[in-house]
Ligand binder design. Structure first.
Ligand SMILES: C[S@@+](CC[C@H](N)C(=O)[O-])C[C@H]1O[C@@H](n2cnc3c(N)ncnc32)[C@H](O)[C@@H]1O
Length: 244
């Protein structure tokens, strides 16, 4: 089973928030993510936006209300089918099957803003992120913005666990919640007959990404924290790239 088989299976069997690893008790979390994405990208009503790895369209549906047009691109065809049904009332959305491991099938400067949220850990190899970043820059307008959101950072995760270990009693409930959420997600997937055993994800470090970004001309970049209420805020950051 490939990652794409997993996301197709997930879309067919759940078609809900689980496509983004979010559970039913992560109440309003998508709205919080969209508010955060909206602020970081300063989306305007004229913007043409790419939601890369947009999956079942859980985030896309909010973005559509804020900009001129969204292209929802994903490699898992079943997620696109679910999104098409979910977003059928919108006329300003187009769909495309796209593999983030390959050159992207878009023209230069086609988009004003790009969001790629909770996706880059599914690249086949972490080194492929350089090619993806260059492609994202190519297809973005000058002055345009790219948000690669929810990037798992090894050092952030490690320092969180280390910090909590120092005050185990004080952090008892936080620790329990962290492991409970993980186990519950695994349990729900298993109950629905979704095989997660072969899902592969890559991890990054900030320095690895900075070393790639520092050599790219005509961009500014920032690593941004997520609001604390987001499920993975403890171990992930967002990367904002501005094309100048
Ligand atoms: C965790 S989901 C995130 C979905 C959506 N961005 C969100 O935040 O709700 C990851 C998405 O990445 C997509 N994906 C994984 N590998 C991909 C690839 N090689 N090319 C394009 N999309 C991919 C999956 O199909 C899935 O829809």
């Amino acid at each position: 089973m490939t990652n794409i088989d997993f996301f197709n299976d997930l879309a067919q069997k759940t078609s809900k928030h689980l496509n983004g690893g979010r559970m039913f008790f992560h109440i309003f979390v998508e709205k919080k993510i969209v508010r955060d994405v909206h602020e970081k990208l300063t989306i305007s009503s004229k913007d043409i936006l790419l939601d890369l790895g947009g999956g079942c369209g859980n985030i896309t549906k909010y973005l559509l209300e804020k900009c001129h047009q969204v292209c929802l691109a994903d490699m898992a065809e079943q997620t696109i089918s679910v999104a098409k049904k979910k977003l059928s009332k919108f006329s300003n959305v187009v769909y495309k099957i796209v593999d983030i491991n390959q050159d992207l099938p878009f023209k230069d400067s086609e988009f004003d803003k790009i969001v790629c949220y909770s996706v880059v850990h599914y690249l086949d190899k972490k080194e492929y992120i350089e090619g993806l970043i260059l492609e994202l820059i190519r297809i973005t307008n000058s002055d345009g913005k790219i948000l690669i959101g929810d990037i798992p950072l090894k050092e952030k995760h490690a320092s969180l666990l280390k910090e909590r270990e120092k005050k185990t009693i004080k952090n008892f409930f936080l620790n329990q919640k962290y492991f409970f959420d993980k186990r519950l997600l695994r349990y729900i997937y298993t109950k629905k007959g979704i095989n997660i055993s072969q899902v592969k994800g890559v991890n990054y470090t900030q320095i690895f990404l900075e070393n790639i970004l520092k050599d790219i001309p005509n961009i500014k970049f920032y690593f941004l924290e997520q609001p604390k209420a987001l499920p993975f805020a403890n171990s992930r950051k967002d990367l904002l790239i501005i094309k100048i």
